[in-house]
Design a protein around this ligand. Structure first.
Ligand SMILES: Cc1cc2nc3c(=O)[nH]c(=O)nc-3n(C[C@H](O)[C@H](O)[C@H](O)COP(=O)(O)OP(=O)(O)OC[C@H]3O[C@@H](n4cnc5c(N)ncnc54)[C@H](O)[C@@H]3O)c2cc1C
Length: 334
């Protein structure tokens, strides 16, 4: 059975029935119709195969970037198999600005809308115009407008009504020529009159200093989402703990409105730096679980479940995974 170790940035030594890649829709459809169980994969930076996957992994390598502009905006049509950071780099080189806060996020362009990737105060949905996809069951090509995608915090229609129902083939971005730089968040706020290039370089510098490089230490970035709680719930926590970090956020429900960094909750629950065999909760960023070299899937799941239980006992908050976890038959939940 082929190894999946190189296909997931967490790098567990697991395998699957078969791995096939495709670079156009026709070859995808002929592969797809010959598989019973399959999993679509981009760069594998949000997917952890915790045990042998009894199915075919289909790796998206649809490439191609085209650009045109008008008086107001740059427009990009990008193949889903393009690398996200390479796209950001290309845009910076050409002075097509807007992506700079999202520099150095691993993975493919096609996966970027799935969890609506975000960093340093920007989420990708603000730059997406339309998404081209293929319906898996029929092979029909569809075009989704931004508003069809129901984007939210690490969320989209591709995790709900369209989960496992479509292959994203291209993402169409629009980058307005006049826009406000997004500098409200963290270390970016300290920059004086920054240019988009200053933001791009700062984001890269900060990310490199805080996050483990998956090429050196296996990981999938943030393991959990930052929970959003009601004001009342937040107040009960703030009454017991001094200086609880938090952000007020707008949500569809007026009640749910305070985001608490999951990293702080995990740290308070005592997991920062903790190890379980070869799985470690990262010492400088406890939201990240790492593979010290020979981690196995059951240890990853055990540590994740322990963290969820401890944070729940202490704060009455149920952490939700941001990563996609796979068992032998497909996606699993914690
Ligand atoms: C070090 C590190 C830092 C990270 N930092 C961030 C961050 O700052 N912000 C952030 O939001 N995320 C972050 N991530 C998570 C990750 O980079 C993103 O989720 C990224 O979009 C995943 O892309 P991928 O191609 O690797 O996805 P994969 O893991 O290959 O796939 C993710 C999901 O998308 C589905 N999928 C993939 N491609 C397609 C397609 N073409 N059509 C339909 N479904 C598809 C897969 O089936 C799977 O369910 C980080 C990860 C790492 C390792």
């Amino acid at each position: 059975m082929p190894s999946l170790q190189q296909y997931s940035t967490f790098g567990l030594n697991t395998s699957c029935t078969s791995i096939q890649s495709f670079s156009d829709v026709d070859s995808f459809l002929s592969l797809y119709k010959n598989t019973d169980v399959c999993y679509l994969l981009g760069g594998g930076s949000n997917s952890i195969f915790t045990e042998t996957f009894e199915g075919t992994v289909l790796v998206n390598e649809i490439k191609g970037i085209s650009h045109f502009d008008d008086e107001n905006s740059h427009f990009l049509r990008v193949g889903a198999g393009e690398n996200w950071h390479e796209l950001v780099k290309l845009c910076m080189q050409n002075e097509w600005f807007g992506f700079e806060n999202l520099a150095l996020i691993p993975g493919s362009v096609g996966a970027s809308p799935i969890q609506n990737i975000g960093a340093y105060g920007l989420e990708v949905d603000t730059l997406i115009q339309t998404i081209e996809a293929v319906v898996l069951s029929t092979g029909e090509k569809i075009l989704l407008k931004n508003e069809d995608c129901q984007f939210g915090y690490r969320d989209s229609v591709f995790k709900h009504a369209l989960a496992n129902k479509v292959l994203i083939t291209h993402v169409n971005f629009v980058l307005p020529k006049v826009y406000d730089l997004n500098t409200a968040y963290g270390e970016l706020a300290a920059l004086t009159n920054p240019t988009p290039h200053d933001i791009y370089h700062k984001v890269i510098e900060v990310r490199k200093s805080k996050l483990p490089d998956p090429a050196i230490l296996g990981n999938s970035g943030s393991f959990f989402k930052n929970p959003i709680v009601t004001h009342d719930h937040f107040k009960t926590i703030a009454d017991q703990y001094e200086h609880v970090p938090h952000f007020t956020v707008e949500t569809k429900s007026a009640d749910d409105s305070v985001k608490i960094p999951a990293a702080w909750l995990i740290d308070q629950a005592g997991f920062k730096g903790k190890t379980l065999n070869d799985v470690r909760c990262h010492p400088t960023q406890p939201l990240v679980l790492t593979n010290l070299g020979d981690a196995n899937g059951s240890d990853v799941l055990s540590m994740a479940r322990d963290i969820i239980a401890s944070v729940s006992d202490r704060f009455n908050i149920k952490l939700e995974p941001e990563v996609r976890l796979l068992g032998s038959k497909g996606l699993i939940s914690l």
